[in-house]
Design a protein around this ligand. Sequence first.
Ligand SMILES: Cc1cc2nc3c(=O)[nH]c(=O)nc-3n(C[C@H](O)[C@H](O)[C@H](O)COP(=O)(O)O)c2cc1C
Length: 376
Amino acid sequence: MPTLATTVDGLKLPNPFVIGSGPPGTNGKVIGRAFDEGWGAVICKTVSLDASKVINVQPRYGRLRSRETGEIYGWENIELISDRSFDTWLDEFKALKDSHPDGVLIASIMEEYNKNAWQEIVGRCEEAGVDSFELNMSCPHGMPERRMGAAVGEDPVALEEVCRWVMEVATKPVWAKMTPNVTHIEDPARAAFRAGCQGVAAINTIRSVIGVDLDTLRPEPNVEGYTTPGGYSCQAVRPIALRMCMEISKVIETEYPGRTLSGLGGVETGEDAAQFILLGSSTVQVCTGVMKMGYGCVGPMKDQLLAFMEKHKFETIDDFRGKSLPYFTTHSDLVRRQAEARAAKKAEADKKKMIKGDAEWTGDDFVDQSDALARG
Ligand SMILES: Cc1cc2nc3c(=O)[nH]c(=O)nc-3n(C[C@H](O)[C@H](O)[C@H](O)COP(=O)(O)O)c2cc1C
């Protein structure tokens, strides 16, 4: 009987399904609910020391639906980090560790480009009992104006410096969350590993414009007639997330063995999760999926992942983590492999046509049979 239980960076998780930072981890009440529903770990909505600067707008989401079924497959948000006070969060972290001592509680944190602020937020979250950290250096909207989020995440030098400040004081595992809004995700991932982070998480949302209303001619989501580019998530981003996770996993495999990857972007089923694990993820996060399907979706996801493991006779998550990575190569290598395979197939076919005795000559294949016996 396979098991979903897994240990990642010393954290003991009942399963690899983690609530990704966002509305599904936005206060103590919903985080408790996620633990009760059986999530392997919960990452809270990103917290900062001074929430008074965080002012959200309504509406702040825009969605794309299938023309045939109406199902939502793309989701843009212009939501900021948590607008709830840091002291309230600290009280809730403590209460959650009392009510759910075995629940793995991960603090998503973000601060301005300031060493004291980053080190203070780490220390105070640790005192409140959180089990580990995710550094949000990847929010594509709002925060860059304050030199936060993607402004840091898109600059590997700044990212490495922030990670070093955190690693100087953190006694719990640290994952740095990557922005996909870069040309080579390997560069910020390497910067986080150089700074000593145990893992990285990928991906945050992709900078996007969800659409333009053809009656009003205003772009969406429309806030008093205007908008700002937001972050794209949900099923539509999964192929991009898988590609970036593959690229980070190759860096881990060849340069930083033992470091970990938490994969996310469009996960809605156990089969989706299996693909992230096959490309090297140790855990798999879900954010928008929970907003579409509710906290209970972890039940079917666990069943689907177990069914996949049973089918392939994998006993543990580690048995198949990264198993599909060796099958990525260059395009020129694909061309070479295909030419070799075709030549081998032709040689085999020619061999079959080569008669071994005169009784095998047939009228229909006479010319081919003659060719097969010929040189030149
Ligand atoms: C409404 C919304 C709010 C989000 N807020 C945060 C946040 O506060 N911090 C963060 O690191 N990521 C945040 N994210 C990004 C998600 O954690 C995740 O990286 C991204 O949405 C891709 O995963 P998904 O397709 O499972 O949602 C948010 C996403 C959404 C949709």
